[in-house]
Design a protein around this ligand. Sequence first.
Ligand code: NAD
Length: 360
Amino acid sequence: MTTHRIAVLPGDGIGQEVTEQAVRVLRAVGKISGASFEFEQALVGGAAIDATGHPLPPATLELCKKAHAILFGAVGGPKWENVPHEVRAERGLLAIRKELDLYANLRPATCFSMLVDASPLKRSVVEGTDIMVIRELTGGLYYGEPRGVERFADGGARAVNTMVYTTREIERVARMGFEVARKRRKHLTSVDKNNVLVVSQLWREVVTRVAKDYPDVTLDHILVDNCAMALVHKPTQFDTIVTENTFGDILSDEAAILAGSMGMLPSASLGGTVGLYEPVHGTAPDIAGKGIANPIAAILSAAMLLRYSLNMLREADRIEKAVQRVLEQGHRTKDIAGPNDKVLGTKEMGDLIVQHVERG
Ligand code: NAD
C-alpha cells in the first residue's frame, strides 16, 4: 500500500489552530478508507523566523520537495511586520511557490445553501453558485521585465510593469483549466482583454488551440470587464474560469465574496510535482489563540489535496459532504453565526466534521 507523505506547515496565528483540525480530518479519512498517511510537520513564516532567522528554512523546503502534497496554514502577523523585506514571514510562502513551480492557483467559490444569507448578494442571484477560479500564478505583470521606477530631476517619475506571457506559460495553465473542468461540469471560461491587449490575443489563440485536445469540455471566452459584472449579476453561469495572474487576483477575490466568509474558502496551488493546499485567509491576529477560528477553509483545503494530488475523489467528496451536513444541522463558528445560533469553537467544529467523515 502506498503511503501518502503529507508535509504539514501550520505557520502562524490561526494557521496552527485550523491546520490541526484539517490533519485530524485526513486521519479520519485514513481510518475509513485504509489509505496510509504520514504527516511530517515543519516550520514556516514567523514561527520559522523566530526559530532559525529565516521564513523558509532549508529543512522545510527539503521536506516539501519530498512530500506528495503540502498542507499549509497561514503566515505572518504584527510581530514580524518590521523585519527586513527579504525575511518577512510572507516570503516563506512566495519562496515555496517559486521553488516548486506552482503556476496555477485554484480557488473554489461555493455558496453553501444554508449560508446564502451571509452573502452580500440576493439569494435569487447567488444560490447554487459553484465556481472554480484558476489563476496563473507565476507570470504576467507580477514578474514581467522591464519593471521599475525612473525618477526625474524635476521631481516627476515614470513607473513600468510589463505584462508578458509565453506560449508555454499559457498552454500549461490552459491545460490545467481543461483538466479541472473535466472533473467538474465540463465548462471552461477563459478570461482575457483580447480587444485591447496583445498578450490577451496570444492568450486566446493558445487556449483555443489547446481546446482541440479536450472535445468533451465546452470552452467560451469572456472579456475581464464583462466577467467582473457577470460574477455579481449571474454567478451561476460559471463553472471553471481560467485567467492570467492580475485578472485572477481580482476576480478570485470578487468570487470569494459570493461564498460569504473568509473562513470557508480553501485553495490549491498546483503545477510542479507537489501541490500546496491552504485556506485563503491569513493568520487572523485578532482572534488567534482564542480557539474560535473557523477550520472549514483548512478542512476543505484537505479535501482539495485528496482530489488533486492523490486522486482520492470519493474521499474528497466525503469530506465536503461532512462539512455540508454539519452546516445543515445548524452548527456554526462565530464568523458564520447568525444572532440566534449557538457558536462552536475551532476544535468542536473539527470534532463534528471528523464524526461525519467517519460515519459517511
Ligand atoms: P486575515 O485573513 O488573517 O483576516 C481578515 C479577517 O477575517 C479578520 O477579521 C479575521 O479574524 C477574519 N478571519 C480570517 N480567517 C478566519 C477564520 N478561519 N475564522 C474566522 N475568522 C477569520 O487577513 P489580514 O488580517 O489582512 O492578515 C493578517 C495576517 O495574515 C497578515 O500578517 C497577513 O500578511 C497574513 N496573511 C497571510 C496569508 C497567507 O499565509 N496565505 C494570506 C492573507 C494574509
